[in-house]
Design a protein around this ligand. Structure first.
Ligand code: ADP
Ligand code: MG
Length: 259
């Protein structure tokens, strides 16, 4: 059979087997193989490599969509010199994702605008890039979702338990009523030692008791969250206000410490 016909038949076969990327690159890879007298094995290797890369990229896109990140940022976008209390080495360790493999948690604490959500998103982006599933929620969304979602409660809980990493952003802006606190406790305790949580909060642990209807519940939650965890305490100025502050438009909001 004429080579062009064979090539066409192979391409159709690849498409039927859903090897779309291989079908796309078949022609140029064939041409190069005959020009450079590439071995059969190397030829096949090139085609498979192209298919696998395309699939991995597609999976990253799908996981990114499912994660519902509020924006896309990485630590390459983070100005460490603006926020010296963020330890670059500690972040580099987290970016190895050993904490994900070990099912440990990361807690980012600090006042508004210091980069807590940015770092949480950057860890989520890295986790997705390494092939894991992520789900991002604010505390408010988590509570609304669990109390009012249309699916049965078990299905909703599964959405929060299944991903390898659950990000819970903005814990502490609102006090929780008993039902909300119980939901939160259930998520934390059911993920405990099973899947990582990255959490951000504007409250220090000492203030967490005020968020919950009972001190005992606050300590039960903290106990599980902190058992295998890294805490990053960010002390510094708001990045959101830095230009305004420089222009003298905003006063420092924090009370003057010690000095
Ligand atoms: P937080 O969650 O602590 O309130 P964010 O992470 O939302 O603060 O940061 C506010 C904005 O400032 C975001 O757009 C974030 O990307 C940016 N930002 C914060 N800190 C830095 C930094 N050190 N370098 C670059 N951008 C930063
Ligand atoms: Mg935030």
């Amino acid at each position: 059979m004429a080579p062009a016909l064979v090539e066409e038949r192979v391409r159709l076969g690849l498409e039927r087997l859903r090897l779309g990327r291989m079908a796309e690159v078949l022609s140029p890879v064939c041409e190069e193989a005959s020009r450079e007298s590439v071995s059969y094995l190397d030829f096949l290797d090139q085609l498979l490599e192209a298919e696998q890369t395309a699939r991995f990229e597609r999976n990253v896109e799908v996981r990114t969509r499912l994660a519902r990140l509020p924006y896309h940022k990485t630590m390459a976008d983070f100005d460490y010199s603006f926020q010296p209390s963020v330890d670059k080495k500690q972040i580099a360790e987290l970016l190895t994702l050993r904490f994900i493999e070990n099912r440990e948690n990361v807690l980012l604490l600090g006042p508004p605008g210091v980069g807590k959500s940015h770092i949480a998103v950057a860890l989520a982006v890295e986790t997705i890039a390494k092939g894991y599933s992520v789900y991002f929620v604010t505390m408010q969304h988590l509570i609304d979702y669990l109390s009012e979602g249309s699916e049965p409660a078990t299905a909703r809980m599964r959405v929060l338990l299944r991903p390898k990493l659950l990000v819970i952003d903005e814990v502490g802006y609102l006090p929780l009523d008993r039902q909300a606190a119980n939901w939160f406790f259930e998520v934390v305790s059911r993920r405990y030692e099973k899947g990582s949580i990255v959490l951000t909060s504007n409250k220090s642990y000492g203030d967490w008791a005020t968020l919950f209807p009972e001190v005992a519940l606050a300590s039960a939650i903290l106990d599980r969250l902190l058992h295998h965890s890294t805490t990053i305490n960010i002390r510094g100025d708001s990045y959101r206000l830095k230009d305004k502050r420089r222009a003298g438009l905003v006063q420092r909001l924090e009370p003057a410490h010690g000095s």
